[in-house]
Structures are given as C-alpha cells and as structure tokens.
Design a protein around this ligand. Sequence first.
Ligand code: AMP
Ligand code: ZN
Length: 112
Amino acid sequence: MDCLFCKIINGDIPCSKIYEDDTVLAFNDIDPQAPVHFLIIPKQHIKSVDEINSGNSAIIAHIFEVIAKLATQLELADGYRVVTNCGKDGGQSVGHLHFHILGKRSLKWPPG
Ligand code: AMP
Ligand code: ZN
C-alpha cells in the first residue's frame, strides 16, 4: 500500500522515534509547529477517525494511555494539545490515522 506512515512503520522511511510497542509508534513531526510536536500512530493501517470501530478501538484507548505517559516523560505538565485531522475539511494530509501532540508553548484557540 502506498502509505507514508506504513512505510515509516516498516522502516522503509526513517523517523525520529520516541516510542514504539507492538501496536503503536510515536515519532517527531518533520515540520514541528511547537517545541514539542510528535505524532502517534497505530501500526495497523486505519485511514482516519472515520474508520474507528468496536474492532479497533482498543488501539485508540492504548494510544491515549501512551500519550499520557509520554506527556509525563516529556515534562508537559503545563499542558499540551492532542489533535487529529480528519478528511479534506479537517486538513488531513496523510491518510493513516495519527494524533499530533503539541506542547511547550501557549497554543491559540480556535485553530484557523
Ligand atoms: P496531517 O496534516 O494532520 O495529516 O498531518 C500530517 C503530518 O505529518 C504533518 O504535520 C507533517 O509535517 C507530518 N509528516 C509528513 N511526513 C513526515 C515524515 N516523513 N516524518 C515525520 N512527520 C511527517
Ligand atoms: Zn498506513
């Protein structure tokens, strides 16, 4: 499958990895929008939030457990943002579900 993030998971494209286990991978965003900006993705190819269902939602729960652990490790006690863009209007540019974690600066709301 021609999927950038599947290629990163397979090791065909390098990444700056910060965490990996059997089901998820976290790595720094190549174009950081904050001093801390990493992505966490399921190793299973799920297109977007649209494809989350009762058969794969345990992975999503695990992703959020890992986010909480990494936030502690990366000393994000002042706060951070978790974002997932879905589809064209949501601004999704890579068609493999991913959560952005942004921290270490004060973030504006609402986004543009
Ligand atoms: P989105 O626009 O929500 O689909 O987010 C895709 C993100 O993937 C963007 O923030 C990109 O900077 C990031 N990205 C694209 N290619 C790579 C790569 N090879 N390694 C790390 N991050 C990437
Ligand atoms: Zn994929």
